[in-house]
Design a protein around this ligand. Structure first.
Ligand SMILES: [Zn+2]
Length: 202
């Protein structure tokens, strides 16, 4: 066939679809790069700088509901179910020990925007802390002896108060008894089933 031999070498004269290998290689590389990037961001994410741990600025409330009775149903909102409810993580922990573990735990601190790292204290901070502790020691000198003395004093005061109350009651009783039944002793009256409000009252 004369026609085919006339064609210049290197020119494509077939109708079959041809692939530009170079182009597709390039595309494949781009796709691979994208995929590995995606994997990286999924597995680790961009490094998040969280704040170091901070001291709690509130008292942990473990006992406010102690000894109280509460109706609990499984369909109640989480915050009203049995156990300790964490507002931050919206979860219920069943007892106080686990609740403490939870609020000191990694997941909870992370939700609060803190890492588990502790800030490294500088020399100045340490010195300041020492100073403040010294001052506290000077002003509030407190010994076991002090404690015992205070306890004793309190007990004595309590005794005194009780005694006064008892005396007052006795006086009142006497007065009432004198008014109502002058001849009969109030105790005897009570035993005999006598007496209205005055003698039966204690
Ligand atoms: Zn939590």
């Amino acid at each position: 066939m004369a026609q085919s031999s006339d064609n210049v070498v290197g020119v494509d004269n077939t109708f079959r679809k041809k692939f530009d290998k170079e182009e597709y290689l390039q595309r494949a590389r781009e796709r691979e790069e994208k995929e590995t990037e995606g994997k990286k961001s999924k597995s680790r994410g961009p490094p998040v700088q969280r704040k170091p741990l901070k001291q709690r600025d509130y008292q942990v409330d473990l006992e406010s509901r102690l000894g109280k009775t509460q109706v609990v149903t499984p369909i109640a909102p989480l915050s009203q179910q049995a156990g300790y409810f964490c507002r931050v993580c919206e979860c219920v922990v069943k007892d106080s020990a686990n609740y403490l573990d939870h609020i000191n735990g990694k997941k909870h601190q992370r939700a609060l925007g803190m890492s588990m790292r502790v800030e490294r204290a500088s020399l100045e901070q340490v010195q300041q802390r020492f100073e403040s502790l010294k001052k506290r020691k000077d002003t509030g000198s407190f010994t076991v002896q002090d404690f015992d003395e205070r306890l004793l004093k309190q007990q004595q005061e309590e005794e005194e108060r009780k005694r006064q109350r008892r005396e007052k009651k006795k006086e009142k009783k006497k007065e009432k008894a004198a008014e109502d039944e002058p001849e009969i002793d109030p105790d005897v009256a009570a035993m005999m089933g006598f007496g209205g409000f005055g003698s039966s009252k204690k």
